[in-house]
Write a protein that binds this ligand. Structure first.
Ligand code: 5AD
Ligand code: SF4
Length: 451
């Protein structure tokens, strides 16, 4: 059969990249071919993200462009992954999208493609038990020569119901992949040349898996694996693989996890710990299940147990009912912690969420933007401050590629997930290099090879 070239574009987070690798594996095993040229592809898959309004807007714009391509030649377009009802309703009656596939139905994509070739429009429903445990990841990005670092999902979905967040609606209830298949996949990836794996989940710290008997009842004696145990096992089973994980919900992070991180050299010393707001009033409205005080205590525990650990954050500015005092609480918290880096957003209501239905989006747009600006500027200062701590140190850097700004320099990251550039010498991509840090910007460490 002809018409078998497919092309995938990502519109979201690390989880989307990992999902594209799952989809690529499924399609290659069903006789399709991965294409790196959109113009020459028959099937175009847009791996959507609906977490913020902006990502959806970019997707809509992309589909407008693809409309012209579709007029020129017969192609099949699928929106897959985290798309909202709004996107589905917007495109369902336009003749651009042939099929919609939710995150738990990727195995059905080949059938959806065939059906849409027969002129039917398809969309999958939400399921809740898929972990894709038997799928071996295949790099979906042919342009990406970095076959050194990769992502691996260990949990899917989320049970937390933060009031601003659409994820529980697009990705369903949380479930954990079995540890044996995770370890097997880590070993396979290592044998295939990967040097770093980031374990992914909306909330990795709530990973929990329990062995069941033939009747699907808990086995006796019980065999339960929690996140700390999983990390410990992986670190031992692939001792030369660097291990990262994301994202940690402050509510669920345990001291056991911190101890495991400090115990193993191959577990990177970085924790992404979204705080979202520094105000207890706003945290409550967001249904985040911790207070400012508990969060600060956790940061202290991290620094006590893993002194060299870097910490990054997500912050939302201008959530419902946020006043100047709440905003200042966030600023003060940032000043207290001085994060290494962070991701900062202004609040956009997402249809279907609790906040969209029950709370008023009552912070004027210009105030949201001003507060966001202040947060971003402050973070830049803090990042610069934290970067200075690395001056003069010798750091272990995994070389990921050539620096975009200067092809005479390597680009890599240290254990704290900070970007390091340094002059190329005899090493190669995938090697670990020892680098002395001699200068910094707020985003990059600049070094020279240390011998
Ligand atoms: N508006 C703005 N930011 C959001 N995020 C999630 N939902 C929204 C929203 N409705 C941010 C949170 C989350 C990150 C992945 O995206 O900070 O941690
Ligand atoms: Fe969304 Fe909260 Fe789950 Fe993160 S923890 S995916 S913010 S509901």
């Amino acid at each position: 059969m002809k018409n078998k070239n497919f092309y995938i574009e990502n519109y979201g987070c690390q989880m989307n990249i990992s999902d594209s690798d799952i989809i690529t594996s499924i399609l290659l095993n069903n006789g399709f071919f991965l294409s790196k040229n959109l113009e020459k592809s028959d099937i175009i898959l847009l791996n959507a993200c609906s977490i913020r309004e902006k990502a959806e807007f970019t997707l809509k714009k992309r589909l407008e462009q693809l409309k012209f391509l579709k007029k020129k030649k017969r192609i099949w377009i699928g929106i897959i992954g985290c798309f909202s009802k709004t996107i589905k309703n917007f495109f369902i009656h336009q003749k651009i999208v042939d099929f919609f596939v939710k995150p738990d139905s990727y195995r059905e994509i080949p059938n959806f493609i065939y059906s849409s070739m027969e002129g039917k429009q398809y969309f999958s429903t939400v399921k809740n038990n898929e972990t894709y445990a038997d799928i071996s990841l295949i790099n979906s990005n042919k342009q990406n020569h970095n076959k050194i670092t990769t992502f691996l999902s260990i949990t899917r979905g989320c049970n937390n119901m933060c009031t601003f967040c659409i994820v529980p609606f697009t990705r369903g209830r949380e479930r954990s992949r079995d540890p044996y298949s995770i370890i097997k996949e880590c070993k396979r990836l290592y044998q295939n040349g990967y040097k770093e794996i980031t374990l992914l989940g909306q909330n990795v710290d709530s990973y929990v898996w329990e062995e069941k008997n033939e009747e699907n009842k808990p086995k006796k004696p019980k065999n339960i694996v929690e996140f700390s145990k999983l990390l410990d096992l992986i670190a031992q089973e692939v001792p030369f693989m660097r291990i990262r994980f994301s994202t940690s919900n402050p509510h669920d992070m345990s001291n056991e996890v911190l101890k495991v991180i400090s115990k193993h050299e191959n577990i990177c010393k970085h924790i992404h710990l979204p705080v979202q707001s520094g105000s207890n009033k706003i945290l409550k409205l967001m249904n985040r299940k911790y207070t400012r005080e508990k969060y600060l205590l956790l940061v202290k525990q991290i620094k006590d147990i893993i002194p060299e650990c870097s910490i990054s954050h997500d912050i939302i500015s201008g959530f419902c009912n946020e006043n100047e005092e709440d905003h200042q609480d966030t600023i003060n918290l940032m000043n207290e912690i001085k994060y290494n880096y962070g991701y900062m957003f202004s609040y956009s209501p997402r249809p279907g969420t609790y906040a969209y239905r029950k709370l008023k989006d009552n912070v004027p747009e210009h105030i949201k933007k001003n507060r966001l600006r202040e947060i971003i500027d402050l973070q830049r200062n803090h990042s610069f401050y934290r970067m200075q701590e690395h001056l003069g140190k010798i750091e272990e850097v995994l070389i990921e590629g050539v620096s975009k700004k200067n092809n005479q320099y390597w680009y890599g990251r240290n254990t704290q997930n900070l970007v390091v550039v340094f002059p190329k010498e005899s090493l190669n991509i995938g090697d670990i290099s020892y680098v002395k840090i001699i200068d910094t910007t707020s985003a990059t460490l600049i070094g020279k090879p240390y011998k």
